[in-house]
Design a protein around this ligand. Structure first.
Ligand SMILES: Cc1ncc(C[n+]2csc(CCOP(=O)(O)OP(=O)(O)O)c2C)c(N)n1
Ligand SMILES: CC(=O)[C@@H](O)[C@H](O)COP(=O)(O)O
Ligand SMILES: [Mg+2]
Length: 643
């Protein structure tokens, strides 16, 4: 549905249109932009509170900076809806995150205003610094490079690495720290405390006012501005502030904290900062969800609320097919508490996703035994390794795609030392509307090549519980990973007594003839759906749930390849190196001959859409499985590789 934009907003297609307005009109532009975001997200879904919080910042940046020549780099990009709407995409914004529509994140291929593709956090300072250094090398002295990063994203190692480099690179870089005291859940850590202290400290507030007074003069100073600012800095800031400010200590000029909702002050400060060369940091204080009272009050709930009634605030039920079971994340969250009640060594770790992965259930029940470590996947893994080294049983829960950040830590700090860290990979397989940056496509492939690892995936809630139970029973001689997807399961009565699962043992879901289907994980439920139709039409393939891709159930595979000449593998993961590859390797290594059709994510970037739409696009939904069985049944291929 296309909502009508307000009177001023409807005149803005590009930032050049925005620049035609007088400064006093910007308050109204912000009001209309905020309303437009509310109108659109309420009917189409998507990230919400973060974009509302940066409305003024977005308008001010496009008003003052010469975009796209000047580079704006949004961190994560979940807050960039205002940016999209002001940069030529208002008319298509109703397709945001919808299959074949525009992406929910900035994306280089979508617009020249999207200077850098994002989705994962904490990349903006590095990318903007790279651009700034490139401009310096090209001799472009007048180009601005701005990284807009939230306080949550600032907790990641990458952000610190970039500040460390940026402080010595002689580049024209402005970092805008959008500080709303929130990550998805409340922000955590010592940096958060530090930022809060700055924001509330009287000394800093006085300093801020002094700096504002100085900045207001800069534009009148002409070409000598740079030199004059340096002199003033020396005299008014004094060594105490210089040394005690974290960012100043890294050679960034620190400005703020300022009110990130005061559009007129913001435009003025940004104009002044344009004239100050070198690395600078502007600390803006904002309110996540600004302008929508319910979102301001419950910022976590309104981070990405789904569809809602914008008048009453009622959040609508998901449009997905009627859920049969609980969310997998809740099975994890409840099960870890149940296990931890019996095993006092169990601890829970999440890098900034307590409500996303439901570790918040344990954080509430056992606050001393569950840790939100901030957006710090690498640290989460090595921290877990340290705990395991001292005899604890850490369940480290990381979204599959965010785990990509911590690959070396898994190999170097965990697997190599055979430490029994249990990795629970949520959002494995295609993630849905978040799209390419968030699909958990690679974990089966990137984990199964690591020695000492157990790599598993449950087909349903009961299996997830039993794998978690099995993982913590003893030290298995290395890490144990369990992957499961976003969304709901299939079992209304999922809370069954725990049963140990034999490591590397698959199971027969249904016996059959002609064709064997080997699936891994919850996508096996699409196989079950396909089988219902196939059986009615007279096809009776067998279905096996591998459960483990490492170690593989070799006994089961010997049985399968001895009986079947047609084999289909199905996985919600990349084909290159995944479960199907493992089966293929087994077949070759053991001199079996069969036709194998591997279904999974092809060697291509898969964009956004509902999970079912993406399974269909990639060719491994129930319909595609059905077709594959029929093709194999008629083809009667007895050797060689198909698909
Ligand atoms: C590497 C990585 N880990 C986790 C996430 C999930 N994530 C997305 S936004 C977000 C919170 C970001 O907080 P902040 O930067 O302060 O932005 P805000 O939403 O407060 O505006 C998190 C944890 C991610 N996108 N990337
Ligand atoms: C931007 C980001 O990375 C998160 O907000 C992510 O979209 C959360 O995904 P889930 O909704 O699957 O928890
Ligand atoms: Mg924040």
């Amino acid at each position: 549905m296309e909502e009508k934009a307000g009177k001023l907003l409807s005149q803005i297609n590009l930032p050049s249109d925005l620049k035609q307005f007088k400064e006093e009109d910007l308050v109204e532009v912000c009001k209309e932009l905020r309303q437009y975001i509310i109108d659109m997200v309420s009917v189409n879904g998507g990230h919400f509170a973060s974009s509302l919080g940066v409305v003024e910042l977005t308008v001010a940046l496009h008003y003052v900076m010469n975009t796209p020549y000047d580079r704006l780099v949004w961190d994560v990009g979940h807050q960039a809806y205002g940016h999209k709407i002001l940069t030529g995409r208002r008319d298509v914004f109703h397709t945001n995150r919808i299959y074949k529509g525009i992406s929910g994140f900035p994306k280089r291929s979508e617009s020249e205003y999207d200077t850098f593709g994002v989705g994962h956090s904490s990349t903006s300072i590095s990318a903007a610094l790279g651009m700034a250094v490139a401009s310096h090398l090209k001799g472009e002295t007048n180009r601005q490079h701005v990284a807009i990063i939230g306080d949550g994203s600032m907790t990641a190692g990458m952000a610190f690495e970039a500040l460390n480099h940026g402080g010595i690179a002689k580049s024209n870089l402005l970092v805008i720290l959008n500080d709303n005291c929130m990550s998805i859940d409340p922000n955590v850590g010592a940096l958060k405390d530090y930022l809060t202290n700055i924001t509330t400290s009287k000394t800093y507030n006085k300093f801020r006012d002094d700096v504002s007074a100085v900045l207001s003069k800069i534009s009148e100073l002409g070409p000598n501005a740079h030199q004059i600012v340096k002199t003033i800095e020396k005299t008014i800031k004094g060594s105490l502030l210089n040394k005690s400010n974290f960012f100043e200590a890294l050679n960034f000029r620190y400005f703020g904290p300022i009110d990130g909702h005061d559009i007129n002050h913001l435009t003025k400060v940004l104009k002044d900062l344009r004239d100050i060369p070198g690395p600078k940091l502007l600390h803006c204080v904002t309110v996540k969800g600004k302008g929508y009272t319910l979102a301001e009050k419950d910022q976590t709930k309104w981070h990405s609320p789904g569809l809602f009634n914008k008048i009453t605030g009622e959040i609508k039920k998901s449009s997905q097919s009627i859920p049969q079971g609980p969310k997998y994340q809740d099975v994890f969250g409840n099960t870890i508490v149940e296990l931890a009640e019996k095993n006092e060594k169990i601890l829970g770790i999440t890098p900034a996703m307590p409500s996303g992965c439901s570790l918040n259930i344990m954080m509430k029940a056992m606050p001393d035994r569950a840790f939100d470590v901030g957006i710090a996947e690498q640290h989460a893994v090595t921290f877990s390794a340290g705990l395991a080294a001292e005899g604890y049983v850490p369940f480290c829960n990381i979204y599959s795609s965010f785990m990509q950040r911590a690959y070396d830590q898994v190999i170097h700090d965990v697997a190599l030392q055979k430490l029994p860290v249990i990795f629970c990979l949520d959002r494995a397989g295609v993630a849905g509307a978040d799209g390419a940056t968030h699909h958990g496509a690679y974990d089966l492939a990137y984990f199964r090549c690591i020695p000492n690892m157990i790599v598993s995936a449950p087909m349903n809630e009961e299996e997830l519980r039993n794998l978690m139970y099995t993982a913590q029973l003893k030290d298995h001689g290395g890490p144990f990973s369990i992957r499961y997807p976003r969304g709901n399961g299939v079992m209304p009565d999922w809370k069954r007594p725990f049963k140990e699962i034999e490591i590397g043992k698959g199971r027969t879901v249904s016996e059959g003839e002609d064709v064997a289907i080997l699936s891994i994980g919850t996508i096996g439920n699409e196989v079950s759906k396909a089988l219902t139709v196939l059986n009615e039409e007279g096809y009776h393939p067998a279905h096996y749930d591998l459960r483990f891709v490492k170690p593989l159930d070799e006994a089961l595979l010997h049985q399968v390849f001895s009986k079947f000449k047609n084999v289909i593998t199905v996985e919600d993961g990349c084909l290159q190196g995944g479960a199907g590859s493992a089966v293929l390797e087994f077949m070759i290594d053991n001199n079996y001959q069969a036709a194998i059709k591997r279904l999974g994510i092809p060697d291509a970037i898969i964009e956004h859409g509902e999970q079912a739409e993406l399974w269909a696009e990639c060719g491994y939904d129930a319909k595609a499985i059905e077709m594959a069985v029929k093709e194999m049944s008629v083809a009667k291929i007895t050797k060689g590789l198909v698909g």
